[in-house]
Design a protein around this ligand. Sequence first.
Ligand code: ADP
Length: 299
Amino acid sequence: MNPSLPMADAGPALNPGDTPDTAAPSVVIDDLSLAYGGQAVLRQLRWRLQPGQVVGLLGRNGAGKTTLLEALLGLRDAQAGEVRLFGQPATQLDDAARARIGYVPQASDLFGELRADELLAYFRSFYPRWNAAKVEALLGRWAVPRDVEIGLLSGGQQQRLSIIRALAHEPDLLVLDEPVASLDPLARRDFLRELVEQVLDRGTTVVFSTHILSDLERVAFNVAFLQQGRIGVQAPLDELLDDTAFVAGAEAQLAQLAGVEVLAKLPGRWLLRRPVPAALPPGLVLQRPSLEDLFEALT
Ligand code: ADP
């Protein structure tokens, strides 16, 4: 890991949240700084989420993913910076903007003594838009019993119910904090894919945090890496794999690389943005990165 990566100012393909899309971003974050008791977690963070983007937010445990998502939703006070959702300050959203957001927190915030059908009827009363047919279909498909106290459901069932609740009012921005944490490893990616399919046709902006790489494959079209309090790199996953390369060898040889953009320096190998020089200094070899490699280098 190299703390001084030129990432936030990197070229067009890897800029945080930038896409060719010219629509107004759903989420605009500028210079966001947040510390707990003097311990900085987010540092002048800049981020953009465009309508219809599906973004996997990757970071190691404790990197600040939950903090970032909560600050994005206006649920945490930052020391500095600005968060705007649909053009409004996140801490002062009007009711109409609030109704456009769906949020699935990491810890279940469901009322344990209610049954699923009671809970959903309760939430329905808050939203002008509510897709009852979708709720019914998902309760069935995801095997969430309607008539059992929520506190008696399994962790996975509670998580699915929380997601159904967040999808029911057809949000334009869906924020999910480790949405599949309670599912077994095999079910995780398939479930996430289905979840994303539920909102793709509406052009919903989706951001979900994870520290599990396999969650991303074939689910997140974009990945954003949270490292040292900033979104370092954000890019379409395919593009990131295609546009980067490792060059491995002795440090003295690596130091001879000229005119390349170094995204990260790991011991004995540097992550470069392509193109790599046609003639590498002797002793250096080119390696194609895997998603695991990128995670190691960029988080
Ligand atoms: P992640 O979601 O990436 O695991 P978090 O946002 O939960 O990271 O936490 C980031 C850092 O901030 C961690 O070091 C965590 O211990 C700390 N932290 C989180 N919430 C609080 C809080 N309410 N008070 C103090 N420290 C906190």
